[in-house]
Design a protein around this ligand. Sequence first.
Ligand code: ATP
Length: 352
Amino acid sequence: MRSPRAWRTAERPDGVAALELRKLVKRFGGAPVVDGVDLTIPDGAFVALLGPSGCGKTTLLRLIAGFLAPDAGEILVGERRLSAPNAVVPPEQRGMSMIFQSYALWPHMTVEQNVSYGLRLRRLGRDEIARRVATICTAVQIDSLMQRYPGELSGGQQQRVALARSLVVEPQTLLLDEPLSNLDANLREEMRFEIRRLHDEFRYTTVYVTHDQGEAMATADLIVVLRAGRIEQSGTPEEVYGRPRSEFVARFVGGANVLPGRFAGLDVPFSIRLEDIALLRAAPPEGIAPVEGTVVRRVFLGSARDYVVEAGGELVRVTTPPQVDVQPGERVWLEFPPERCHRLDPVFPVGD
Ligand code: ATP
């Protein structure tokens, strides 16, 4: 098996985009489900396609994989055109592996047979297959499970087998469609770090579909927020979380407050994160004029407290350290630090 570094660079020089999506459109009869997506995915990057159910994430991933042909636009790798209307390089010739939500392991094959399947299909020598399977199964930590059948594995172990099976063929790009949604919360957290660790070890390009903003933030270098088939915003997790451009992104990614400008002396609505608002028990003598309000709800989260405060006719959510302990019904003052208030673009309604 090639070294992790060689894996990434063997067929593509550094600095070349792994994937270029240009004005990509896909319809299923009526309105477009993918509606003019332009996106450059850098080689070796971990990109999350994030958005609510039905926004077109899976369709976009299937276009990238070559399972679907676009109605307009194209997908390129360097000079090579992978997809255009009526001209799609088949999935098995794109240097990509895809992992589905259901894992899609073959139930009648052992772990070893599942993982080696793609190599046997390529008619590699027996020793080469054994060497590659051993390397990847050690990396994915399933080397003690080789003779088991999928039905004898936990959900997390099945997910690891699916990863090994996808990686053993040394893809340039790994595509994952909601890979963790069948796992319980603890395993989900463990596996998201695992998926990132393997990405860093082998340095392929990853495109990861999820509707879970925490998952996207924990794994990705670049988050692409989709809404109704269009890119609403793309950027690093810090950019998308910290400087949302629209009310949709502020609410969907950050769970942030979206408030009228008057709270912070602005002329347009703004977003502010729950932890960026200061909750005071008395009006401060000087500084920014705070907004007076009443606590209507308080939830203890262990490491923090979540408050809902009615202030100026709005319900404002605030997260504080657990030491800040105010009863529902008490008066409080909220401070909105100007540098934490992000002006929002006007909202363009969509048809959903
Ligand atoms: P989810 O998180 O629920 O899977 P998604 O963002 O991945 O959502 P898609 O699966 O891409 O969304 O679907 C987007 C829209 O396209 C949906 O309204 C869906 O019903 C529709 N759609 C998807 N595949 C097809 C198909 N093969 N034929 C007709 N409509 C489809």
